[in-house]
Design a protein around this ligand. Structure first.
Ligand code: SF4
Ligand code: SF4
Length: 178
């Protein structure tokens, strides 16, 4: 038998050695960084993701009525570095293993993820504060959850009240003289 026939038969018996994609799913390695995903229910609008994104793929804009922030992640600009997910303090941003992102050139502005994150309300005065999602309050296990839901000035007031003694020192000494 000619040598090339031997190789051909051997290869035919061994079967395909490459991915059958797109006719079958392709293997995705563990920790592969695909499309970034934004979970608005965990977002506290800290802006770190936008700050670290070298590709400028993240935009955050306060909506006209001031009720919240429009969050846009441009998948077309993203370079899958994973920095946003790494620095997001609440894990609202994660990298998925979804790499199926082929699209036509004219669709590049449509390949984006839009979400709206509503501002929170101070539990005492009702003023606008950063969102405080319940899932985050629970995860932080904060000692004073009520204070965590306050705006900075109500928080200061609450702390000041806590540090003031129940009776002024003068009153105490007068009472003890009697
Ligand atoms: S993965 Fe990198 S490039 Fe993509 S949105 Fe996050 S920080 Fe920006
Ligand atoms: S996604 Fe994460 S890093 Fe970005 S604004 Fe929300 S909480 Fe901050």
């Amino acid at each position: 038998m000619l040598p090339f026939l031997k190789i051909m038969v051997k290869n035919l018996l061994a079967g395909p050695s490459t991915e059958a994609f797109p006719f079958a799913p392709a293997h995705t390695p563990a920790r592969f960084r695909g499309k970034a995903n934004h979970d608005k229910s965990k977002c506290i609008l800290c802006g770190i993701c936008r700050h670290v994104c070298a590709a400028g793929a993240i935009q955050m804009r306060v909506v006209e009525d001031g009720s919240g922030v429009e969050y846009v992640l441009w998948h077309n600009s993203c370079v899958f570095c994973g920095l946003c997910a790494h620095y997001c303090p609440t894990k609202a941003l994660t990298m998925t293993d979804d790499w199926h992102m082929a699209h036509r050139g004219e669709d590049r502005f449509a390949v984006r993820e839009d979400s709206f994150v509503r501002y929170g309300q101070c539990s005492t005065c009702g003023s606008r504060i950063q969102p405080r999602p319940a899932v985050i309050v629970e995860a932080l296990g904060t000692k004073y959850p009520d204070r965590f839901l306050m705006c900075p000035s109500c928080k200061r007031e609450s702390l000041a009240k806590r540090s003031v003694p129940a009776k002024p020192a003068m009153e105490t000494s007068e009472t003890s003289d009697e």
